[in-house]
Every structure is written in structure tokens, then in C-alpha cells.
Design a protein around this ligand. Structure first.
Ligand code: ATP
Ligand code: MG
Ligand code: FE
Length: 352
């Protein structure tokens, strides 16, 4: 089985063809990503109208290239998947409408994928992890701990009550004058910094419920930055390293709390999976390697290129759904808000 996946929910336009393998994993036959970073950099963040137009300009070519590089023609795929949300509605409409047109013209099944389900199931594409597993989803719009029990079966154990961790990275970068996108900038600056120089808070540490609060951390960075002004490169590096160390401590502690709750809702977890754009951060990755080693639990960290937004994760979620007969008709609407666990109450900010 082969599925074309289209991703346009934020500032990456992406298209990919993934094939199902007998061992239950996926073969990525092509994975085309076009980032709009340059279009948004001058504004210090994603501008929705610019994003939607940029998706329109490239999506046809990207799809063509994905199919070409897979060595296929469009007739050869078994289904067309697109991320139908959550995200910026203008962008989502571009990808979803493209997928609908292709599905109609080619008479292929359409699969409307939740972008977060794409992040959530990537570990099955790469490593064939069996359900259930604990997912730490850390991205630009989300910071959640989720018991993944099956395709479409997610129980949220905890979430952020304010900023997402990716958002905290982005805002920290901005206030320190580092270039957009903030996550990679902060990581780079932190490499040469002293993580112990600034004593930043670790909000929610030790609480039983695995929730997060990250806006205070960003505010603490701002106060320290004001106190240390005018900032020299050394100060910026130390602030970034201190911020990153605090973020790491919080993510590990909250994941430990979620593991304690996991059993009650889903039994024994087969793995801890860290996914979403922030999971490409190397110091977060190595902290989780240590933590998993100590707890004797399998850890799955998809490669960085599959942590940030991409089409392969959408194609793979499409394969999982198509195998279960979970297809959509052409009336399926874009869903700017679309929580993975619809039973969980809405808390604080975030996009879902
Ligand atoms: P969502 O998936 O919640 O809808 P999104 O799709 O915009 O949001 P992703 O593309 O999955 O989010 O991740 C982007 C986020 O990841 C940004 O906030 C970015 O700063 C952050 N990020 C990317 N690379 C790194 C890194 N190396 N270290 C820390 N954060 C990073
Ligand atoms: Mg993005
Ligand atoms: Fe994402």
C-alpha cells in the first residue's frame, strides 16, 4: 500500500509518498519539504496570509516532485492523505483542497489526517512501536503527554496551561534578538553557554498531574536579560543554556509524572516517544536517552527531519487509517482546532 501525504498546516509545505512494509513500518519513497522561513523571517513569526499564498504557489510542484522521486505516477498511489488541521485555516484549505481534487480526479480514497496524529504515529513509521505508548508531543503549538492506545484512540494525561514549549523557545529567541525560527537559534547559542549561570524557575516540577506551565520561564528570561543589559554574546549564550536546561528539567519531570498515570488508562507502555519540532533539540534528546536508560523503558526518538513538520508523517497516518477503512468523503471540512483527545477539557492557550 502506498499513500501520498500533503502537509500545509503551518509554515512548511510538504508532500511525500510512503509505502507500507510487511514488518509494519513504513518506507519513505520521497519526502519533499519546502520551508517558508525566509518569507516570515522579517516579521519574526508566521504571517497567516503570507503562509497560505506561499502554499498555493508551491503545492502542485511539490506533489509532482514527491511522486516523481518515488518513481511512481499519481495513478500508482492507493490513497491521498492531507492534514486537515489543526493549524492556520488558509494553509489547511490549500492542502486539503489539493487532496480532494486529486482523490476525485484519480478516484482514490481521501484521508483527512489530524496533523497531531501525524506527529503521534511517526514512531510507528520509523520503528514499528506497538500500542500502547506514552507520547510527549512538543511542538510550536502543543505541549502534551498522551497515552496512545491505538489509531484515533488518544488519552491526554497532561498539557500546558499557557505557552507551548516551542513557543517558549521562539519567544525567548525573539527577546534575546536571535533570528527566527527560535528553537534552532536558542539551541545553537546554548552550545557555548553556561546552563548554571542563571537560576531560572522550573514551573510545575513535582506535581502529580503532568501539566506544564512555560510562560513564567520565558518571563524569567526576560527579567534576567533586562538585569544583565546591555547583553554581550556571552550573556545571550548563558541565558539560552540556562533556559534550555530549565526546559529539559521540566519535560523530564512531567514525563515521569505521566508514566505514573499511564498504567491506569492504558496498561504497560511499550515505549516513550518524543515527537514534534522541539524533539529535534539535541540536549532534549540526550536527556531523554539518559532518563529512559534509568527507567528501563524503551525510548523512540524519530530523526529530526521527521520531528519537524513533513509530509511523510501525514502519508503514514493515512496508511494506518486506510488499512482500518477510516476514509473521508469530499465534504470533510478543514478543522483549525482539532484536539487529539476530544474528551480532554480545553486548557489555557495552544492551538487545539
Ligand atoms: P503543531 O505541530 O503544534 O501544530 P507546528 O507544526 O508549528 O505546531 P512543529 O513544526 O512541529 O510545530 O515545530 C516547530 C516548533 O519547534 C517551533 O516552535 C520551533 O522553534 C521548535 N523547534 C524546532 N527546532 C528546534 C530545536 N532544535 N530546539 C528547540 N525547538 C525547536
Ligand atoms: Mg513548522
Ligand atoms: Fe507540527
Amino acid at each position: 500500500m502506498r499513500v501520498l501525504g500533503i502537509e500545509t498546516t503551518c509554515d512548511e509545505s510538504a508532500a511525500s509518498v510512503v509505502a507500507w512494509r510487511e514488518d509494519g513500518r513504513g518506507d519513505i519513497l520521497s519526502n519533499e519539504v519546502m520551508s517558508q522561513i525566509a518569507d516570515h523571517a522579517a516579521f519574526g513569526g508566521v504571517v497567516p496570509e503570507i503562509a497560505a499564498r506561499a502554499h498555493v504557489e508551491v503545492i502542485d510542484r511539490l506533489v509532482e516532485r514527491a511522486v516523481d522521486k518515488a518513481g511512481l505516477s499519481l495513478e500508482d498511489v492507493d490513497g491521498i492523505a492531507a492534514a486537515a488541521g489543526p493549524g492556520l485555516v488558509g494553509g489547511v484549505m490549500v492542502g486539503l483542497t489539493t487532496a480532494k481534487a486529486l482523490a476525485l480526479a484519480l478516484r482514490k480514497p481521501l484521508i483527512a489526517v489530524n496533523h497531531l496524529e501525524g506527529h503521534a504515529l511517526t514512531a510507528r513509521l520509523t520503528d514499528g512501536v506497538a500500542f500502547p505508548y506514552l507520547l510527549l508531543l512538543v511542538s510550536g503549538g502543543h505541549t502534551q503527554l498522551i497515552a496512545v492506545r491505538g489509531v484515533g484512540d488518544y488519552r491526554r494525561l497532561g498539557t500546558t496551561v499557557d505557552d507551548a514549549v516551542g513557543e517558549a523557545f521562539d519567544k525567548t529567541a525573539k527577546l534575546l534578538g536571535l533570528p527566527y525560527p527560535g528553537g534552532p537559534s536558542v539551541e545553537r547559542a546554548a552550545e557555548t553557554g553556561d546552563p548554571a549561570r542563571f537560576a531560572l524557575p522550573r514551573p510545575m516540577l513535582g506535581r502529580a498531574k503532568p501539566d506544564f506551565s512555560l510562560s513564567g520561564l520565558k518571563t524569567a528570561v526576560r527579567l534576567e536579560a533586562e538585569r544583565a543589559a546591555p547583553l554581550k554574546p556571552r550573556d545571550v549564550s548563558d541565558l539560552c543554556a540556562s533556559f534550555q536546561a530549565a526546559a529539559v528539567d521540566v519535560l523530564i519531570d512531567r514525563t515521569r509524572a505521566a508514566l505514573r498515570l499511564f498504567r491506569d488508562v492504558a496498561g504497560h507502555p511499550n515505549a516513550i516517544v518524543v515527537a514534534g519540532g522541539v524533539a529535534s533539540n539535541l540536549s532534549i534528546r540526550s536527556a531523554f536517552v539518559r532518563f529512559a536508560g534509568e527507567s528501563g523503558i524503551r525510548l523512540v526518538l524519530p530523526p529530526a527531519i521527521l520531528c519537524t513538520d513533513n509530509g511523510a508523517m501525514i502519508a503514514w497516518a493515512g496508511i494506518e487509517r486506510l488499512q482500518l477503512g477510516l476514509v473521508d468523503d469530499l465534504t470533510v471540512p478543514p478543522r483549525p482546532r482539532w484536539p487529539l483527545d476530544p474528551t480532554a477539557e480545553r486548557v489555557g492557550g495552544g492551538r487545539a
